[in-house]
Design a protein around this ligand. Structure first.
Ligand code: NAI
Length: 320
């Protein structure tokens, strides 16, 4: 019999935990012994208004089930205040799940500055501010688990969601660097790409999917990523419907764009090489920026040592 994964002694902050996915994360963590900060501004799904009720209801649910939780009603944009609630109540912060979110869907032409700013502030700046505030405590403890919440709307784009797509892809970039800066202090940061039925996706997801996509099916994946036994750092995990997978960026083999190091790159050479530039048949995942710059050195070395005719030949015959 496998031992239960426990979070005793851990303090978890879940933002936007008053509903949907965040609520499920908070309930599961609390049921496994974590002390919870249930953060929720309690506004509408387009970011209007505020109410304490959303967070209070979940805190009550946790307490009724025998767990420990406090409410926090700050906007995640005031990340320092959110983390302060954890420190005041429990003296530490081990887990931060950046989950709070809103939508302001509009086509590009109709998107106002306010639609852009509010969506980016809540998702992207909010995740940064909460992470920044939690970081010193996690460093001192030599332990931290941070989750960023991305979306397939960011990864693939979605009509009417320019602001949201940008903010959600921003979480991926943010996570990449948090993962690097946290690594030596055992602070790991991973990204969840969920699809779930919530007020956010009501009327957007097809009905046949909506009823099946319970947020509770994703919570164990996200909570597992927050456990000390999970050593993933910088992973993007997509999950929905009781299924999960890792998602990667890949880079093609590419093509040189000139015969030798002395030659310029010409527009026509680019046109001729384009099939090879965009050929993904030998695409690979790179693990670090150093691999990307390292491969550039190799390109230069090859060009320098190139026998001009040989490069032209291999280029022409498409063997590269
Ligand atoms: P939800 O609307 O049920 O929950 C979001 C919660 O965040 C709400 O309770 C809301 O009051 C709170 N919130 C909003 N602005 C806040 C702020 N400034 N400060 C603190 N709390 C705030 O939505 P759902 O679906 O549970 O979404 C959770 C996260 O997952 C969001 O980041 C969303 O973008 C992301 N996501 C959801 C998908 C889905 O299929 N449901 C798909 C991809 C991403």
């Amino acid at each position: 019999q496998q031992q239960q994964l426990r979070f005793d002694g851990r303090v978890a902050v879940v933002t936007g935990a008053g509903a949907g996915l965040g609520r499920e994360y908070a309930l599961l963590l609390a049921s496994r012994g974590a002390k919870l900060v249930v953060n929720d501004l309690g506004g509408s799904h387009v970011g209007e208004g505020a109410s304490q009720r959303a967070a209070d209801v979940v805190v009550e649910e946790i307490r009724k089930a025998g767990g420990e939780a406090v409410a926090d009603y700050n906007s995640v944009i005031d990340g320092a205040k959110v983390i302060e609630t954890a420190i005041k109540a429990f003296g530490r912060v081990d887990i931060l799940i950046n989950n709070a979110g809103i939508l302001r869907d509009r086509s590009i032409i109709k998107t106002t500055d306010q639609d852009w700013d509010l969506v980016n502030d809540v998702h992207l700046k909010g995740s940064f501010k909460c992470t920044q505030a939690a970081f010193p405590y996690m460093k001192k403890q030599n332990f931290g688990r941070i989750i960023m919440t991305s979306s397939n709307s960011g990864i693939y784009g979605n009509f009417g969601q320019a602001n949201y797509s940008a903010a959600k892809m921003g979480q991926v970039g943010l996570a990449n660097t948090v993962a690097i800066e946290g690594q030596k202090n055992n602070i790991y940061c991973n990204v969840i790409i969920p699809t779930a039925a919530s007020r956010m996706t009501e009327g957007i997801l097809p009905d046949i999917l909506f009823s099946q996509l319970k947020p509770s099916l994703i919570a164990p994946v996200v909570v597992y990523l927050c456990h000390e036994s999970c050593t993933d750092n910088g992973s993007y995990i997509e999950s929905a419907a009781g299924w999960a997978t890792k998602v990667h960026t890949v880079r093609g083999k590419g093509s040189v764009l000139r015969p030798s190091i002395e030659d310029p790159v010409t527009l026509e050479y680019v046109q001729n090489a384009w099939n090879q530039v965009t050929d993904m048949s030998q695409a690979k995942h790179l693990n670090a920026i150093a691999e990307a710059s390292g491969s550039l050195l190799e390109v230069l070395e090859n060009l320098k040592s190139a026998d001009k005719d040989a490069v032209e030949d291999t280029f022409t015959y498409g063997n590269r």
